[in-house]
Write a protein that binds this ligand. Sequence first.
Ligand code: SF4
Ligand code: SF4
Length: 355
Amino acid sequence: MTSTTLSLKQRNAALSSPARQQELLEGVELTGAPEQGDFDATLASHGWEALTPAQLEIFQINLGKLCNMTCHHCHVDAGPDRKEVMDRETIDACLDALDQTAAHTVDLTGGAPELNPHFRYLVDQCVGRGKHVIDRCNLTVLLLPRLEDLPAWLAERGVEIACSLPHYRQPNTDAQRGDGTFARSITALKRLNEVGYGKADPNRPLTLVSNPVGAVLPAHQAKLEQEWKAGLLENYGITFDRLITINNMPISRYLEWLEQSGNLQAYLELLVNSFSACTIKGLMCRNTLSVAWDGRLFDCDFNQMLELEVQQPDGQRPHVREFNLDQIAQRQIVTGRHCFGCTAGVGSSCGGAIA
Ligand code: SF4
Ligand code: SF4
Protein backbone atom coordinates (compact mmCIF):
# COMPACT_ATOMS: atom_id res chain seq x y z
CA MET A 1 0.00 0.00 0.00
CA THR A 2 1.05 3.59 -0.49
CA SER A 3 2.08 5.56 2.56
CA THR A 4 -0.82 7.99 2.32
CA THR A 5 -0.80 10.39 5.24
CA LEU A 6 -3.00 13.20 3.95
CA SER A 7 -6.41 13.24 2.34
CA LEU A 8 -6.67 13.51 -1.44
CA LYS A 9 -8.19 16.94 -0.91
CA GLN A 10 -5.29 18.17 1.19
CA ARG A 11 -2.82 16.89 -1.40
CA ASN A 12 -4.86 18.51 -4.14
CA ALA A 13 -4.77 15.14 -5.92
CA ALA A 14 -6.63 14.76 -9.23
CA LEU A 15 -8.83 12.06 -7.69
CA SER A 16 -10.12 14.45 -5.04
CA SER A 17 -12.59 15.31 -7.79
CA PRO A 18 -15.56 12.87 -7.80
CA ALA A 19 -16.03 13.57 -11.52
CA ARG A 20 -12.44 12.49 -12.17
CA GLN A 21 -13.03 9.32 -10.16
CA GLN A 22 -16.04 8.46 -12.28
CA GLU A 23 -14.15 9.20 -15.50
CA LEU A 24 -11.35 6.90 -14.42
CA LEU A 25 -13.75 4.09 -13.51
CA GLU A 26 -15.90 4.37 -16.62
CA GLY A 27 -12.80 4.66 -18.82
CA VAL A 28 -11.37 1.27 -17.92
CA GLU A 29 -11.62 -1.05 -20.94
CA LEU A 30 -13.79 -4.03 -19.98
CA THR A 31 -14.78 -5.30 -23.42
CA GLY A 32 -14.16 -8.92 -22.42
CA ALA A 33 -16.39 -8.68 -19.35
CA PRO A 34 -20.14 -9.46 -19.30
CA GLU A 35 -22.12 -6.50 -20.72
CA GLN A 36 -18.76 -4.70 -21.12
CA GLY A 37 -18.86 -3.80 -17.46
CA ASP A 38 -22.01 -1.69 -17.83
CA PHE A 39 -23.90 -1.94 -14.51
CA ASP A 40 -27.33 -0.95 -15.80
CA ALA A 41 -27.08 -3.38 -18.73
CA THR A 42 -26.05 -6.11 -16.31
CA LEU A 43 -29.07 -5.39 -14.10
CA ALA A 44 -31.33 -5.40 -17.16
CA SER A 45 -29.97 -8.77 -18.25
CA HIS A 46 -31.25 -10.10 -14.93
CA GLY A 47 -34.70 -8.56 -15.26
CA TRP A 48 -34.11 -5.29 -13.40
CA GLU A 49 -34.86 -2.48 -15.82
CA ALA A 50 -34.10 0.00 -13.05
CA LEU A 51 -32.93 -0.21 -9.46
CA THR A 52 -35.80 0.95 -7.28
CA PRO A 53 -36.14 1.34 -3.51
CA ALA A 54 -37.93 -1.03 -1.17
CA GLN A 55 -39.29 0.05 2.23
CA LEU A 56 -37.00 2.62 3.89
CA GLU A 57 -35.61 0.92 6.99
CA ILE A 58 -32.29 2.60 7.69
CA PHE A 59 -31.57 6.29 7.93
CA GLN A 60 -27.83 6.71 7.53
CA ILE A 61 -26.37 10.03 8.61
CA ASN A 62 -22.82 10.97 7.69
CA LEU A 63 -21.76 13.36 10.44
CA GLY A 64 -18.72 14.65 8.60
CA LYS A 65 -15.37 13.98 7.03
CA LEU A 66 -13.36 14.81 10.12
CA CYS A 67 -11.49 11.76 11.41
CA ASN A 68 -8.56 11.16 13.77
CA MET A 69 -7.11 8.70 11.23
CA THR A 70 -6.11 8.72 7.55
CA CYS A 71 -6.49 5.10 6.41
CA HIS A 72 -5.09 4.16 3.03
CA HIS A 73 -8.33 2.62 1.77
CA CYS A 74 -10.76 5.30 3.01
CA HIS A 75 -13.67 5.80 0.62
CA VAL A 76 -14.67 9.02 2.37
CA ASP A 77 -11.26 10.71 1.96
CA ALA A 78 -11.58 11.50 5.65
CA GLY A 79 -8.82 12.71 7.94
CA PRO A 80 -7.80 15.20 10.60
CA ASP A 81 -7.42 17.85 7.89
CA ARG A 82 -11.06 17.54 6.80
CA LYS A 83 -13.16 20.06 8.69
CA GLU A 84 -16.58 19.36 7.18
CA VAL A 85 -19.01 18.34 9.95
CA MET A 86 -22.80 18.38 10.13
CA ASP A 87 -24.16 21.38 12.04
CA ARG A 88 -26.95 21.34 14.60
CA GLU A 89 -29.53 22.83 12.25
CA THR A 90 -28.95 20.04 9.71
CA ILE A 91 -29.08 17.44 12.48
CA ASP A 92 -32.48 18.76 13.52
CA ALA A 93 -33.60 18.63 9.89
CA CYS A 94 -32.50 14.98 9.81
CA LEU A 95 -34.61 14.29 12.89
CA ASP A 96 -37.64 15.97 11.27
CA ALA A 97 -37.14 13.82 8.17
CA LEU A 98 -36.66 10.70 10.26
CA ASP A 99 -40.01 11.40 11.95
CA GLN A 100 -41.72 11.17 8.55
CA THR A 101 -40.45 7.63 8.00
CA ALA A 102 -40.91 4.21 9.55
CA ALA A 103 -37.14 3.61 9.56
CA HIS A 104 -36.22 1.46 12.55
CA THR A 105 -32.48 2.13 12.48
CA VAL A 106 -30.28 5.21 12.46
CA ASP A 107 -26.77 4.46 11.23
CA LEU A 108 -24.21 7.10 12.22
CA THR A 109 -21.07 7.29 10.14
CA GLY A 110 -18.34 9.68 9.07
CA GLY A 111 -15.31 10.30 9.23
CA ALA A 112 -15.37 9.58 12.91
CA PRO A 113 -18.98 10.43 13.85
CA GLU A 114 -18.03 10.77 17.53
CA LEU A 115 -15.95 13.86 16.68
CA ASN A 116 -19.03 15.78 15.65
CA PRO A 117 -19.85 18.14 18.57
CA HIS A 118 -23.54 17.22 18.31
CA PHE A 119 -23.01 13.44 18.28
CA ARG A 120 -24.38 12.80 21.78
CA TYR A 121 -27.37 15.07 21.18
CA LEU A 122 -28.25 13.13 18.03
CA VAL A 123 -27.83 9.74 19.70
CA ASP A 124 -30.09 10.79 22.57
CA GLN A 125 -32.72 12.10 20.16
CA CYS A 126 -32.73 8.87 18.16
CA VAL A 127 -32.75 6.59 21.21
CA GLY A 128 -35.59 8.69 22.64
CA ARG A 129 -37.56 7.97 19.47
CA GLY A 130 -37.08 4.24 20.02
CA LYS A 131 -34.66 3.80 17.11
CA HIS A 132 -31.89 1.26 16.97
CA VAL A 133 -28.72 3.35 16.70
CA ILE A 134 -25.47 2.15 15.14
CA ASP A 135 -22.22 4.02 15.76
CA ARG A 136 -19.67 3.22 13.03
CA CYS A 137 -16.57 3.57 15.11
CA ASN A 138 -12.91 3.33 14.13
CA LEU A 139 -12.00 2.19 17.69
CA THR A 140 -8.92 4.42 18.07
CA VAL A 141 -11.14 7.48 18.52
CA LEU A 142 -12.32 5.99 21.82
CA LEU A 143 -8.83 6.52 23.24
CA LEU A 144 -9.01 10.30 22.90
CA PRO A 145 -9.04 11.67 26.48
CA ARG A 146 -12.26 13.63 25.95
CA LEU A 147 -14.07 10.50 24.74
CA GLU A 148 -12.93 8.14 27.49
CA ASP A 149 -16.42 7.97 28.97
CA LEU A 150 -18.04 7.25 25.60
CA PRO A 151 -18.10 3.41 25.74
CA ALA A 152 -20.08 3.48 29.01
CA TRP A 153 -22.26 6.32 27.71
CA LEU A 154 -23.14 4.37 24.55
CA ALA A 155 -23.67 1.17 26.56
CA GLU A 156 -26.24 2.91 28.78
CA ARG A 157 -28.23 3.78 25.67
CA GLY A 158 -27.98 0.36 23.99
CA VAL A 159 -26.18 1.76 20.95
CA GLU A 160 -24.70 -0.86 18.61
CA ILE A 161 -21.02 -0.28 17.94
CA ALA A 162 -19.79 -1.39 14.53
CA CYS A 163 -16.02 -1.19 14.57
CA SER A 164 -13.61 -1.26 11.68
CA LEU A 165 -10.78 -3.71 12.16
CA PRO A 166 -9.27 -5.06 8.94
CA HIS A 167 -7.68 -8.06 10.64
CA TYR A 168 -7.15 -9.68 14.03
CA ARG A 169 -3.42 -9.71 13.36
CA GLN A 170 -1.29 -6.61 13.72
CA PRO A 171 0.58 -6.45 10.35
CA ASN A 172 -2.55 -6.57 8.17
CA THR A 173 -4.35 -3.96 10.24
CA ASP A 174 -1.43 -1.55 10.43
CA ALA A 175 -0.78 -1.93 6.68
CA GLN A 176 -4.25 -0.58 5.94
CA ARG A 177 -4.85 1.86 8.78
CA GLY A 178 -1.40 3.04 9.84
CA ASP A 179 1.32 2.00 12.28
CA GLY A 180 0.16 1.50 15.85
CA THR A 181 -3.52 1.22 14.90
CA PHE A 182 -3.79 -2.41 15.85
CA ALA A 183 -2.46 -1.94 19.39
CA ARG A 184 -4.78 1.02 19.97
CA SER A 185 -7.73 -0.90 18.53
CA ILE A 186 -7.07 -3.77 20.94
CA THR A 187 -7.04 -1.35 23.87
CA ALA A 188 -10.33 0.14 22.71
CA LEU A 189 -11.93 -3.30 22.26
CA LYS A 190 -10.93 -4.21 25.81
CA ARG A 191 -12.61 -1.05 27.08
CA LEU A 192 -15.78 -1.97 25.17
CA ASN A 193 -15.72 -5.46 26.70
CA GLU A 194 -15.28 -3.90 30.15
CA VAL A 195 -18.55 -1.98 29.83
CA GLY A 196 -20.43 -5.05 28.61
CA TYR A 197 -20.10 -4.86 24.83
CA GLY A 198 -19.48 -8.06 22.88
CA LYS A 199 -20.87 -10.47 25.46
CA ALA A 200 -24.03 -11.58 23.66
CA ASP A 201 -26.10 -8.91 25.47
CA PRO A 202 -28.67 -7.61 22.93
CA ASN A 203 -28.37 -4.18 24.57
CA ARG A 204 -24.58 -4.02 24.06
CA PRO A 205 -24.01 -5.35 20.53
CA LEU A 206 -20.43 -5.23 19.26
CA THR A 207 -19.93 -5.85 15.54
CA LEU A 208 -16.54 -5.97 13.85
CA VAL A 209 -16.26 -4.84 10.25
CA SER A 210 -13.48 -6.21 8.08
CA ASN A 211 -12.49 -5.32 4.55
CA PRO A 212 -9.66 -7.11 2.77
CA VAL A 213 -6.15 -5.72 2.51
CA GLY A 214 -5.25 -5.59 -1.20
CA ALA A 215 -7.26 -6.07 -4.41
CA VAL A 216 -9.23 -9.17 -3.48
CA LEU A 217 -12.71 -10.05 -2.27
CA PRO A 218 -13.24 -10.94 1.39
CA ALA A 219 -13.10 -14.53 2.56
CA HIS A 220 -16.29 -16.26 3.69
CA GLN A 221 -17.93 -14.15 6.41
CA ALA A 222 -19.06 -16.94 8.78
CA LYS A 223 -15.72 -18.72 8.53
CA LEU A 224 -13.81 -15.49 9.20
CA GLU A 225 -16.03 -14.78 12.19
CA GLN A 226 -15.11 -18.12 13.75
CA GLU A 227 -11.42 -17.55 13.07
CA TRP A 228 -11.50 -14.02 14.50
CA LYS A 229 -13.45 -15.01 17.58
CA ALA A 230 -10.87 -17.67 18.36
CA GLY A 231 -7.90 -15.41 17.49
CA LEU A 232 -9.01 -12.38 19.52
CA LEU A 233 -10.03 -14.49 22.50
CA GLU A 234 -6.84 -16.56 22.61
CA ASN A 235 -4.43 -13.70 22.01
CA TYR A 236 -6.12 -10.82 23.81
CA GLY A 237 -9.07 -12.15 25.81
CA ILE A 238 -11.45 -10.08 23.63
CA THR A 239 -14.99 -11.13 22.69
CA PHE A 240 -17.40 -9.68 20.14
CA ASP A 241 -20.82 -10.61 18.80
CA ARG A 242 -20.51 -10.78 15.03
CA LEU A 243 -18.17 -10.05 12.18
CA ILE A 244 -19.27 -8.58 8.88
CA THR A 245 -17.14 -8.43 5.75
CA ILE A 246 -17.33 -5.67 3.18
CA ASN A 247 -15.80 -5.29 -0.28
CA ASN A 248 -13.45 -2.40 -0.89
CA MET A 249 -15.24 0.06 -3.16
CA PRO A 250 -13.24 1.38 -6.11
CA ILE A 251 -13.58 5.03 -5.13
CA SER A 252 -11.57 7.74 -3.38
CA ARG A 253 -8.28 6.72 -1.71
CA TYR A 254 -8.76 3.03 -2.48
CA LEU A 255 -9.24 3.95 -6.14
CA GLU A 256 -6.01 5.94 -5.98
CA TRP A 257 -4.19 2.93 -4.57
CA LEU A 258 -5.66 0.65 -7.26
CA GLU A 259 -4.46 3.00 -9.97
CA GLN A 260 -1.01 3.63 -8.53
CA SER A 261 -0.35 -0.03 -7.78
CA GLY A 262 -1.45 -1.20 -11.25
CA ASN A 263 -4.40 -3.16 -9.83
CA LEU A 264 -7.28 -1.10 -11.22
CA GLN A 265 -8.04 -3.14 -14.35
CA ALA A 266 -7.73 -6.49 -12.58
CA TYR A 267 -9.86 -5.40 -9.62
CA LEU A 268 -12.66 -4.07 -11.82
CA GLU A 269 -12.56 -7.28 -13.86
CA LEU A 270 -12.78 -9.23 -10.61
CA LEU A 271 -15.81 -7.22 -9.46
CA VAL A 272 -17.61 -7.42 -12.80
CA ASN A 273 -16.86 -11.11 -13.33
CA SER A 274 -18.01 -11.87 -9.78
CA PHE A 275 -21.41 -10.22 -10.30
CA SER A 276 -24.06 -12.15 -8.43
CA ALA A 277 -27.72 -11.52 -9.33
CA CYS A 278 -28.95 -12.78 -5.96
CA THR A 279 -27.44 -9.70 -4.28
CA ILE A 280 -29.65 -7.20 -6.16
CA LYS A 281 -32.75 -7.49 -4.02
CA GLY A 282 -30.76 -6.87 -0.84
CA LEU A 283 -28.60 -3.96 -2.01
CA MET A 284 -28.41 -1.44 0.79
CA CYS A 285 -29.49 1.47 -1.43
CA ARG A 286 -32.89 -0.25 -1.58
CA ASN A 287 -33.67 0.07 2.15
CA THR A 288 -31.31 2.88 3.21
CA LEU A 289 -31.12 6.60 2.61
CA SER A 290 -27.84 8.42 3.12
CA VAL A 291 -27.65 12.03 4.33
CA ALA A 292 -24.40 13.93 3.77
CA TRP A 293 -22.81 16.24 6.34
CA ASP A 294 -24.25 19.22 4.45
CA GLY A 295 -27.78 17.76 4.31
CA ARG A 296 -27.81 16.56 0.71
CA LEU A 297 -29.52 13.20 0.10
CA PHE A 298 -27.97 10.18 -1.56
CA ASP A 299 -28.93 6.60 -2.32
CA CYS A 300 -25.91 5.35 -0.39
CA ASP A 301 -22.66 6.45 1.20
CA PHE A 302 -20.72 5.56 -1.97
CA ASN A 303 -22.93 7.68 -4.23
CA GLN A 304 -22.45 10.40 -1.64
CA MET A 305 -18.68 10.28 -2.08
CA LEU A 306 -19.11 10.43 -5.87
CA GLU A 307 -21.57 13.33 -5.47
CA LEU A 308 -24.32 11.41 -7.27
CA GLU A 309 -27.33 12.93 -5.53
CA VAL A 310 -30.75 11.26 -5.37
CA GLN A 311 -32.91 11.91 -8.39
CA GLN A 312 -36.57 12.30 -7.52
CA PRO A 313 -39.34 11.88 -10.12
CA ASP A 314 -40.11 15.60 -9.75
CA GLY A 315 -36.56 16.39 -10.90
CA GLN A 316 -35.51 17.78 -7.51
CA ARG A 317 -32.26 16.92 -5.79
CA PRO A 318 -33.44 17.90 -2.34
CA HIS A 319 -31.76 18.89 0.88
CA VAL A 320 -32.88 16.94 3.95
CA ARG A 321 -34.91 20.06 4.92
CA GLU A 322 -37.13 19.36 1.89
CA PHE A 323 -37.48 15.65 2.63
CA ASN A 324 -40.51 14.15 0.88
CA LEU A 325 -41.06 10.46 1.56
CA ASP A 326 -43.34 9.92 -1.47
CA GLN A 327 -40.78 11.33 -3.86
CA ILE A 328 -37.99 9.35 -2.20
CA ALA A 329 -40.02 6.14 -2.43
CA GLN A 330 -40.70 6.66 -6.13
CA ARG A 331 -37.18 7.48 -7.23
CA GLN A 332 -34.82 5.40 -9.32
CA ILE A 333 -31.49 4.70 -7.68
CA VAL A 334 -28.49 6.31 -9.38
CA THR A 335 -25.98 3.67 -10.44
CA GLY A 336 -22.53 3.44 -12.01
CA ARG A 337 -19.63 1.10 -12.42
CA HIS A 338 -18.69 1.44 -8.73
CA CYS A 339 -21.93 -0.47 -7.97
CA PHE A 340 -20.18 -3.70 -9.01
CA GLY A 341 -18.45 -3.39 -5.64
CA CYS A 342 -21.77 -4.17 -3.96
CA THR A 343 -22.80 -7.07 -6.20
CA ALA A 344 -19.51 -8.99 -6.33
CA GLY A 345 -19.31 -12.41 -4.73
CA VAL A 346 -21.75 -12.70 -1.87
CA GLY A 347 -22.38 -8.97 -2.11
CA SER A 348 -21.44 -6.15 0.22
CA SER A 349 -23.35 -3.62 2.25
CA CYS A 350 -23.07 -1.73 5.52
CA GLY A 351 -24.59 -4.87 7.06
CA GLY A 352 -21.94 -7.11 5.49
CA ALA A 353 -22.49 -9.93 2.99
CA ILE A 354 -25.89 -9.85 1.26
CA ALA A 355 -26.42 -13.30 -0.27
S1 SF4 B 1 -11.55 4.52 6.91
FE1 SF4 B 1 -12.71 5.25 8.68
S2 SF4 B 1 -11.16 5.53 10.28
FE2 SF4 B 1 -10.08 5.42 8.35
S3 SF4 B 1 -9.83 7.55 7.66
FE3 SF4 B 1 -11.71 6.75 6.72
S4 SF4 B 1 -13.35 7.34 8.12
FE4 SF4 B 1 -11.41 7.51 9.27
S1 SF4 C 1 -22.89 1.70 -4.77
FE1 SF4 C 1 -24.02 -0.08 -4.01
S2 SF4 C 1 -25.46 0.73 -2.53
FE2 SF4 C 1 -24.73 2.44 -3.77
S3 SF4 C 1 -26.20 2.69 -5.43
FE3 SF4 C 1 -24.60 1.34 -6.17
S4 SF4 C 1 -25.35 -0.74 -5.72
FE4 SF4 C 1 -26.54 0.67 -4.50
